[in-house]
Design a protein around this ligand. Structure first.
Ligand SMILES: NC(=O)c1ccc[n+]([C@@H]2O[C@H](COP(=O)([O-])OP(=O)(O)OC[C@H]3O[C@@H](n4cnc5c(N)ncnc54)[C@H](O)[C@@H]3O)[C@@H](O)[C@H]2O)c1
Length: 254
């Protein structure tokens, strides 16, 4: 007998899933039978290929979209709803930061990071919520960062930490998560976040040393660690949880 996953035939939009963590989230959703739709500003061919190679009952498709463009987000979500019938799950994973100092952060850099990490999540949530509220069902998971809780995660030596725009954007994303959770819980829509610590992805491959040997769980996080936490928050298993931020950090920043 095959165990039900709770994701069979669910339509899940995942932003930023051309990247490392988003890819792991899409693979985890598709492995459980979901129909994942990727919104990214760059082609997600590697993710789509990985889902095909994985096999199983789920599927993935992709729409090119810059989430900081609200009109483009509205268009993309309307297209997805009309092609797939509905959107059950939204995971906001698009984003990223720069290690720029406070005084060195230009207006352009500030708005780029705020828009990709925070405004984009607002736009996608605003676009999918009417459908979720009408069906009285939906799960939204925002990928924030421990930087948004502790003011930037330091790495050793002269490598510094993620800059103020990133920390502010991720803190804002946590605030947005809680605001929406309070508003929409009574209408059947749950809104939660994860706050990853350092994850073994492209940024880290460039050589940052987070001193993870001193963490309670002394290793870097993996994209799969992040995906499993997202899966929990998107699944019926977390049906009585909303407005929470799960730190997926190996115990640092507790
Ligand atoms: N890697 C880490 O250590 C770490 C730690 C904490 C939080 N995070 C967060 O996890 C998420 C994924 O990070 P990752 O490590 O997989 O990075 P990544 O660079 O591999 O992936 C990020 C993806 O987001 C997309 N993206 C960025 N801005 C976009 C926009 N405006 N519109 C559409 N797509 C956009 C990029 O094209 C990319 O595919 C990010 O939000 C990041 O801030 C990462």
């Amino acid at each position: 007998m095959t165990m039900k996953t709770g994701f069979e035939d669910k339509v899940a939009v995942v932003t930023g899933a051309a990247g490392f963590i988003g890819r792991a989230i899409v693979l985890a959703l598709a492995a459980r039978g979901a129909r994942a739709v990727i919104l990214d500003r760059v082609p997600a061919d590697q993710t789509l290929e990985a889902v095909r190679a994985q096999g199983g009952s789920g599927s993935a498709s992709a729409v090119l979209c810059d989430v900081s463009d609200s009109a483009a987000v509205d268009r993309a979500m309307r297209e997805i709803e009309s092609a797939q019938g509905r959107i059950d799950i939204l995971v906001n994973c698009a984003g990223g930061g720069q290690r720029i100092g406070f005084v060195e952060t230009s207006d352009a850099e500030w708005f780029t990071q705020i828009n990709s990490n925070l405004s984009g999540a607002f736009y996608t949530m605003r676009a999918v919520l009417p459908g979720m509220l009408a069906r009285k069902s939906g799960a939204i998971v925002n990928v924030a960062s421990i930087s948004g809780i502790i003011g930037g995660l330091p790495s050793r030596g002269t490598q510094g930490r993620s800059g103020p725009a990133y920390g502010a954007a991720k803190a804002g994303l946590i605030g947005l998560t809680k605001w929406a959770a309070r508003e929409f819980g009574k209408h059947g829509v749950r809104v939660n976040a994860i706050a990853p610590g350092p994850v073994l992805t492209s940024q880290v491959m460039h050589g940052y040393d987070y001193g993870v040997d001193d963490y309670p769980i002394p290793r870097m996080g993996t994209p799969e660690d992040m995906a499993e936490a997202v899966i929990f928050l998107a699944s019926p298993a977390s049906g009585y949880i909303t407005g929470e931020v799960i730190k997926v950090t190996g115990g640092t920043g507790m």
